[in-house]
Design a protein around this ligand. Structure first.
Ligand code: ZN
Length: 325
């Protein structure tokens, strides 16, 4: 039902539904948390991840987490932080980290690392490539590879746009090779490496440890996946959907998360999810965007309270990784 080529914005509601589809036969009616036999401190761990380093992470989400004295995890874009009033500053992030938050990489400037499908074939002489989404056209002079089963072109971005035909990327030169409409655009591997290294270097210069990774736009397809898994110890949106990550045999570079914005999940969805987190030996991961109108203060509070009411522990990704290993 959900194609991995779709973007995050379109995909979120399907994401959560696919989790419920897989497990809908059990437990949907249970409203109260069940007591487990394990006499541990809690019924399990829950990790909250917030993407894009918007100022609302600080002004809204961090404040609410502080009220409940529970940490979150900020998946940040250091190349955008402090660039305008819309983003966190390093000082604000430091305050959050001092209060117990983790920092995750979300790439330097929110580049879509995975491959993106062509919408039309590319003919010799073309300087414009029509694509499913023009994410790879955001930055002029970015290197780009356009390829199909037979051919491969290394080129460069000169802009992007859209018209009645669809979304497109402008190239600096006309292409000399035919690429079929089964092809894709992608960043060359060295560019993906460069982006990740630049992200980590900037965060390290600011004094932050990086405990994991979140794909921008949920674009994991292709070689990006191998590079990312090589680079980070934990990936929280390796694939769409899910969010209940079984601890037995867990590979932390292939985890998933559930979106909790109001247009992505109902209160009942969240409660059903958390009931399963209580019943099973899992690491539950939530994802959200503080800057979205659908990520209301009410929703943040509801989710935190629902977790705490079940004696689940809200923790950081690094703490969860330490305890699982
Ligand atoms: Zn993002």
């Amino acid at each position: 039902m959900s194609s991995p080529d779709r973007d995050e914005e379109n995909e979120r509601s399907q994401t959560n539904r696919s989790d419920n589809d897989n497990k809908s036969e059990e437990g949907t009616e249970s409203e109260k948390p069940k007591e487990t036999e394990e006499s541990e401190d809690s019924n399990g761990m829950v990790v909250f991840t917030y993407d894009d380093s918007p100022i609302e992470d600080y002004t809204q989400t961090f404040s609410i987490h502080q009220e409940y004295e529970v940490p979150g995890n900020a998946a940040v874009n250091p190349g955008q932080m402090g660039s305008s009033d819309s983003y966190l500053t390093p000082d604000q992030l430091e305050e959050m980290v001092d209060a117990g938050w983790d920092v995750l990489s979300h790439t330097y400037k929110h580049r879509a690392l995975g491959k993106i499908r062509l919408d039309q074939s590319l003919e010799p002489g073309d300087e414009r490539v029509y694509v499913d989404r023009n994410r790879h056209g955001r930055f002029d002079e970015d290197p780009l590879v356009i390829f199909d089963e037979e051919n491969r072109i290394a080129t460069e971005v000169a802009g992007r746009g859209s018209n009645d035909t669809g979304e497109f990327i402008e190239l600096t030169n006309s292409v000399s090779t035919y690429i079929s409409d089964t092809g894709y655009t992608k960043y060359p591997e060295w560019k993906i490496q460069e982006v990740l290294e630049k992200t980590d270097t900037q965060l390290a210069e600011w004094g932050f440890d990086v405990s994991g990774f979140v794909y921008p736009y949920g674009r994991y397809d292709g070689v990006a996946e191998e590079i990312v898994r090589d680079h980070y110890d934990a990936v929280v949106n390796h694939r769409w959907g899910g969010g209940l990550n079984e601890i037995e045999g867990l590979d932390p570079t292939t985890m998933r998360r559930m979106y909790i914005e109001e247009d992505a999940a109902s209160e009942e969805d969240i409660e059903v999810f958390l009931d399963k987190a209580v019943e099973n030996d899992v690491l539950a991961i939530f994802g959200a965007h503080s800057q979205y109108e659908t990520m209301t203060e009410e929703r943040t509070r509801f989710t935190i309270e629902s977790v705490l009411a079940r004696d689940l522990e809200i923790t950081t990704l690094s703490e969860a990784m330490t305890r699982i290993n």
